[in-house]
Design a protein around this ligand. Structure first.
Ligand SMILES: C[S@@+](CC[C@H](N)C(=O)[O-])C[C@H]1O[C@@H](n2cnc3c(N)ncnc32)[C@H](O)[C@@H]1O
Length: 255
């Protein structure tokens, strides 16, 4: 945890987007596409509820998703372990209701049953130990209102893999699903949106594909995901998780 905090505090030097997407994207074109795709997915899923909701953006980093959702009328609390990234999040805050909290990595300073939606994007992969992730998921479950939704987007692959000097674990979809259900969540949907190395991404990187083709590119990328999974590359998987409305009580020990 301490290492992760130090790592992310250092990443903040790259700026709000590069720090949390790809610091090696020289011209920023690839990061712009990935950011666009990420924002589209979250906005679409959240706006289809038709209400203004309160959102906990877990691992909000430089506040990209938090500030976007706040600008669309939602009340957002962004939480992260990196104070330096949170400073970027606060600086980028424009209009709307977003606030940011730096926390210890284990106990979320959020009330029981108080949040409509939890969002998280490429954060759970950085909690590389399965038991630690299980504990975090239980905390997120506690914060959600019964009937609440969690939207998690994470890199998954056919075989679990520890990458980037041990800072990231790309798990199997099934491995995630087990951890989520052990924390009490029920699965309410799952689909893939990005593949690690879709060939067209190199044209994006060079700035050869303008923004108006991004929706077409996203569609192609989605079609490319099954092949990508097959050949063992990673894909970005969207997990939709529900906290059941009637939570079953654990049996008491004296019965
Ligand atoms: C790839 S960045 C994603 C940031 C943000 N979700 C976004 O999409 O812009 C990963 C983030 O996870 C945060 N993080 C890593 N471990 C964490 C933990 N145990 N609890 C909360 N945040 C964590 C990092 O500080 C970093 O901000």
């Amino acid at each position: 945890m301490k290492d992760q905090r130090k790592f992310w505090n250092q990443m903040a030097d790259f700026g709000a987007d590069a720090a949390v997407i790809d610091p090696n994207d020289k011209w920023g074109h690839k990061n712009r596409y990935i950011k666009w795709l990420r924002d589209e997915v979250f906005l679409k899923l959240i706006n289809q509820t038709g209400f203004s909701v309160n959102v906990l953006d877990f691992g909000c980093g430089s506040g990209n998703i938090s500030n976007l959702l706040a600008a669309h009328g939602h009340d957002v609390i962004g939480i992260d372990i990196s104070l330096e990234l949170l400073k970027l999040a606060t600086t980028a805050r424009r209009n709307g209701n977003s606030s940011f909290i730096c926390y210890d990595g284990s106990n979320l300073p959020i009330c029981l049953n108080s949040v409509d939606i939890v969002t998280t994007y490429l954060v759970l992969i950085h909690i590389t130990d399965n038991d630690a992730l299980q504990a975090v998921m239980r905390e997120l479950y506690r914060c959600l209102k019964p009937g609440g939704l969690m939207i998690a987007i994470e890199q998954t692959r056919k075989k679990s893999k520890l990458t980037d000097n041990g800072y990231k674990r790309q798990r199997l979809q099934a491995e995630y699903q087990d951890i989520f259900s052990n924390a009490g969540f029920t699965a309410s949907g799952r689909f893939t949106i990005r593949s690690g190395h879709m060939p067209l991404i190199y044209l994006v990187q060079l700035g050869l594909l303008p923004k108006y083709v991004f929706p077409i590119l996203a569609r192609i990328e989605q079609l490319f995901c099954p092949l990508s999974q097959q050949i063992g590359d990673y894909v970005d998987t969207v997990f939709l998780l529900k906290k059941p409305v009637s939570v079953q009580k654990a049996p008491s020990s004296d019965t």
